[in-house]
Design a protein around this ligand. Structure first.
Ligand code: HEM
Ligand SMILES: *[C@@H]1O[C@H](CO)[C@@H](O)[C@H](O)[C@H]1NC(C)=O
Ligand SMILES: *[C@@H]1O[C@H](CO)[C@@H](O)[C@H](O)[C@H]1NC(C)=O
Length: 202
């Protein structure tokens, strides 16, 4: 009975034979078994960490969105996460971003706390967490490659965090943002973390 069924469906028997062969080759080599184990472990961890992200993020209390505003270096300094509200701002390439959601990075005690309330451009471009000096930094001595790196970081910050305003050069006048905000409330209601998540899946 079994034999006649096999001969009438020879193609499926052949493909089943190939699969069995592959399976046996994998199982017979201890190295292959180990590799398959490692792959399964990594895949399991990727899925586990994704689920964790989804569960942990909404639990964090979110501060009200900061009104759009430009900052001098001096004004920015206060927002290093040590204030009562714990808000953290970071400037990159002349733009100021609310990175409070990334407080574990830029807040007090975080690995990049030196960037909190500072212009991080030079530090990010030179991979030097302590590179933020006092006063305004015009970045004019950075190489083309370093400026490219700054721009790359800038686009990452734009995607992940809320843009708050510009970092002002000494003597530069702040932009009056009140008009724009009244006209385009939908832009301010955007949720960057959700859109970033969607892009990743696409
Ligand atoms: C041994 C060296 C380093 C290691 C192991 C490391 C590790 C990491 C890891 C794992 C993350 C991702 C954390 C997460 O998304 O959960 C991260 C993010 C980041 N790292 Fe590093 N890093 C190192 C050096 C640096 C240096 C030198 C800089 C800049 C000067 C830097 C700047 C950043 C920034 C800005 C982020 C993004 C945080 C955010 O999402 O806002 N890292 N790093
Ligand atoms: C990082 O920047 C600080 C401040 O400018 C400097 O003292 C230090 O030597 C730099 N570190 C490296 C590894 O370049
Ligand atoms: C900003 O613009 C608004 C509306 O046009 C105006 O009422 C306000 O006085 C302006 N503020 C400054 C500082 O110019």
């Amino acid at each position: 009975m079994a034999e006649s069924a096999e001969s009438s469906e020879s193609t499926s028997t052949v493909s089943a034979g190939i699969l069995t062969n592959i399976f046996l080759q994998i199982v017979q080599s201890p190295l292959n078994i180990a590799l398959v184990g490692v792959i399964l472990f990594l895949v399991y961890n990727i899925f586990k960490s994704r689920n964790k992200d989804v569960q942990v993020r909404p639990a964090e209390p979110e501060l009200p969105k900061l009104k759009k505003k430009d900052f001098t270096v001096e004004e920015l300094k206060k927002y290093d996460g040590t204030q009562a509200d714990g808000r953290v701002l970071v400037a990159v390439n002349g733009g100021v971003y609310d990175v409070t959601r990334g407080k574990r990075f830029y807040g007090p005690g975080g690995p990049y706390a030196a960037f909190g309330g500072k212009d991080a451009s030079r530090g990010l471009a030179t991979f030097n967490v302590t590179a933020a000096g006092e006063g305004y930094d015009d970045l004019s001595d950075l190489t083309t490659m370093e400026m490219d790196s700054v721009k790359e970081w800038e686009s990452q910050f734009k995607e992940k965090y809320d843009f708050v305003g510009r970092l002002l050069k000494p003597g530069e006048q702040p932009t009056n943002y009140s008009d724009e905000e009244d006209e385009q409330p939908s832009v301010t209601a955007e949720q960057p973390s959700v859109t970033a998540e969607k892009k990743k899946d696409d």
